[in-house]
Design a protein around this ligand. Structure first.
Ligand SMILES: Nc1ncnc2c1ncn2[C@@H]1O[C@H](COP(=O)(O)OP(=O)(O)O)[C@@H](O)[C@H]1O
Ligand SMILES: [Ca+2]
Length: 443
């Protein structure tokens, strides 16, 4: 296939990746919607410009979108910059400003005003980043994930209300529903859109989309485009969602497992998840250093935990403990066993912590690399006690989640990625496309 000149005409190979961005973005704007319909694949840009007519020299016009990710372990702001070079041209994703704070909003369950204050501090960054004359046209949205899903309705709503007030007091455009708890299936789909958009897989005819694995603090998502009819037939109905984009319909397999994020899994392994009253109780595990006794705050609750002073420690007993948390609890689609996936968040962080990958570069791992590292850390806990005392448990959980939970093979490839073209691989970009499209902000 000959590439369209609008994809290739650019100043040098370094621009190549970002020169694809505007084109894809415009398509997201024009036809992003969650619907059920039949596939109709065309080269999306065929009707937009004739060959050799690419609007590359027009005057730039910049606009912005602000998306907050209220995760269970932290709150993050993503300020996306788009450039439209002429009224006829297509918006181009130019860059991202990113900042984060810890802990997440759910840690302020009993002090909603204080929680909203953390959002305000991040929003002040946007005041500096966005030129004043564009404030009124720049939408600001916050979507909360598993941390708030796990709180009582009353506490979650109190937090969201306070954040909404912060938004209303800001000079930005505050759309309806600007502050909400996001449905778990959107979290997976929007991350899948982000990764496949950034890697250029949503354009053209030869699309080789990649599946995505996100491991948060409180929940975890798996999302991919099934290739086999079998998968569509065998998956529970609520694991499949269709949506139309770029004149194509994608029927994705996606699921968010609440309580299976890395930190929730620690509590589950310790037997402390969903306990009403934990005050004073000591939770012990063979995944922790023998002599350890400590306290841990998560979701506004204080937990006491420690090692098996008298009993066993190490990979074997730890794996058995962690297995109880995952075995038989997740759906295992057959076709993923042999495919490769993009993995981020805690998969990335723990791989960095144990030198499996470089923090900046990321890298490609096999599932068995996590198991090898888990054994190394768990069977030598005294050597690793300067890092988190949970390192053994975390790596063992990741191993069990991938193998026994999702059913991946030992040699399944995982592409560990934090950024593509300098943009974070987060669901927030997919959510921003959706937002801008729904507001008709295409300039
Ligand atoms: N912008 C980002 N890009 C990549 N990873 C991120 C980003 N923000 C958070 N993470 C990762 O997400 C994990 C924490 O998950 P979090 O979003 O707080 O929980 P949950 O998704 O369960 O609500 C951490 O591994 C953290 O590094
Ligand atoms: Ca998250």
């Amino acid at each position: 296939m000959t590439a369209h000149p609008c994809l290739t005409s650019s100043s040098g190979s370094g621009r190549m990746a970002s020169s694809r961005l505007p084109i894809l973005l415009a398509l997201v704007f024009s036809s992003f919607s969650f619907v059920h319909s039949h596939s109709n694949r065309v080269m999306w840009f065929q009707d937009l410009f004739p060959p050799n007519v690419c609007p590359i020299n027009a005057k730039a016009n910049t606009f912005y979108g602000i998306m907050f990710d209220a995760g269970s372990t932290g709150t993050r702001i993503h300020i996306y910059t788009f450039v439209q070079k002429s009224p006829e041209s297509l918006p181009e994703l130019e860059g991202e400003i990113f900042e984060s704070v810890k802990p997440g909003l759910s840690a302020y369950a009993d002090q909603p005003e204080k929680g909203a204050e953390t959002v305000k501090k991040l929003l002040d960054m946007a005041i500096d980043a966005v030129p004043p004359h564009l404030w009124k046209k720049t939408p600001v949205v916050l979507k909360a994930t598993a941390g708030l899903r796990l709180l009582s309705e009353e506490k979650a709503q109190a937090l969201l209300l306070e954040v909404k007030e912060v938004f209303e007091e800001s000079p930005f455009l505050v759309p309806e529903d600007s502050v909400s708890i996001m449905d778990g299936s959107y979290e997976g789909i929007l991350a899948w859109i982000t990764v496949n958009f950034l890697t250029g897989q949503l354009s053209g005819q030869n699309q080789h989309t990649v599946g995505t694995l996100d491991l948060g603090g409180a929940s975890t998502q798996i999302t991919f485009l099934p290739r086999f009819e079998e998968t569509l037939k065998e998956s529970p109905g609520d694991f499949l969602t269709s949506f139309e984009m770029f004149n194509s319909t994608y029927k994705l397999y996606t699921h968010s497992y609440l309580g299976f994020g890395l930190k929730a899994a620690r509590l589950a392994t310790l037997g402390a998840l969903n306990m009403e009253a934990v005050d004073g109780q000591m939770f012990r595990s063979s995944c922790l250093p023998k002599q350890l006794e400590a306290e841990w705050h998560f979701g506004g609750v204080k937990y006491r935990y420690g090692g098996n002073k008298e009993g066993e420690t190490g990979f074997k007993p730890c794996y058995l403990e962690v297995l109880k948390v995952v075995k038989g609890k997740l759906h295992q689609p057959d076709e993923i066993r042999g495919s490769s996936f993009y993995a981020f968040s805690y998969y990335y962080d723990r791989a960095v912590d144990t030198n499996l990958i470089d923090y900046e570069q990321g890298g490609v791992l096999e599932v068995r690399d996590f198991e090898r590292k888990a054994k190394e850390v768990c069977d030598n806990m005294e050597r690793y006690n300067s890092a988190s005392p949970f390192l053994c448990m975390d790596l063992t959980y990741i191993t069990a989640l991938l193998k026994e939970g999702f059913g991946f093979r030992d040699n399944t490839l995982l592409q560990l990625t934090k950024k593509v073209n300098n943009i974070e691989t987060s669901w927030t970009l997919g959510a921003t496309f959706h937002l801008l499209q729904s507001l008709g902000i295409t300039y």
